[in-house]
Design a protein around this ligand. Structure first.
Ligand SMILES: [Zn+2]
Length: 226
């Protein structure tokens, strides 16, 4: 489905039920509201896309919405996930997705990504770094926002596939900003530490956000395809 296309927009704001082998999850509508960055046309009330190219924006989510979004773990594991600290004080307008590391389980990280039909949550694991072997294969560029970092700014995250394939132990991995703060790097609100060379880009911030959302969306697709 092409972002911004008719087909893409048709799913917007529609409440949907996602059925996985782990059970049924309600996916909640992501709509342009007072807290989103996407304005609605005053005359028609239709959403104006501007430079966002149709990517849905993440709106303020509460704990219930977040817990019901996870698609690649059991209900038992969902119950054990701890919410990010300061959930009530998050500046949602600065976020393209919500990402955090479980305060009670440092090797478990969570992503909640806005999609055309709601938000999709992914459980990610951080393989424990094992000395020289880990550093030899390390990437220094986040594959979502393309921010280049110093040595420890990027981490490999591994997601179990949704459904039966995931229960058999199949996973997909991606190199992401270790702090899952792509949105802040894209907006210049956080700077990579120990960055030696800055790659010059001619794209605008909005274009870089759109590219990051395309990259993130394709990662979510790989996980949910099972
Ligand atoms: Zn990133």
């Amino acid at each position: 489905m092409v972002p911004g296309s008719e087909e893409w927009m048709r799913g917007e704001g529609v409440e949907a039920v996602a059925r996985t082998d782990y059970g049924t999850y309600l996916t909640l509508p992501v709509e342009a509201d007072a807290t989103s960055r996407t304005a609605r046309d005053r005359k028609t009330g239709r959403r104006r896309l501007g430079s966002r190219l149709g990517w849905p924006v993440v709106r303020s989510l509460d704990e219930r919405e977040i817990r019901s979004s996870f698609v690649n773990c059991s209900k038992g594991e969902v119950g054990r996930i701890r919410m990010p600290s300061g959930l009530g004080g998050i500046r949602w307008a600065d976020l393209d997705y919500l990402g955090w590391t479980d305060p009670g389980a440092p090797l478990r990280s969570l992503l909640v990504v806005p999609r055309a039909d709601g938000v999709t949550g992914l459980v990610l694991r951080r393989p424990e770094a094992s000395g020289a072997k880990a550093s030899a294969v390390r990437s220094t560029m986040c594959r979502v926002c393309l921010t280049e970092h110093g040595a420890s700014g990027v981490a490999l995250f591994v997601a179990p596939l949704a459904g039966a394939a995931g229960r058999r132990g199949n996973t997909v991995g991606e190199y992401l900003c270790a702090d899952l703060a792509c949105s802040l790097y894209l907006r210049g609100k956080r700077q990579p530490r120990m960055r030696l060379v800055r790659r010059e880009e001619t794209l605008t911030m909005e274009e870089r956000i759109d590219r990051a959302m395309a990259n993130l969306s394709s990662f979510v697709d790989r996980v949910t395809a099972g």
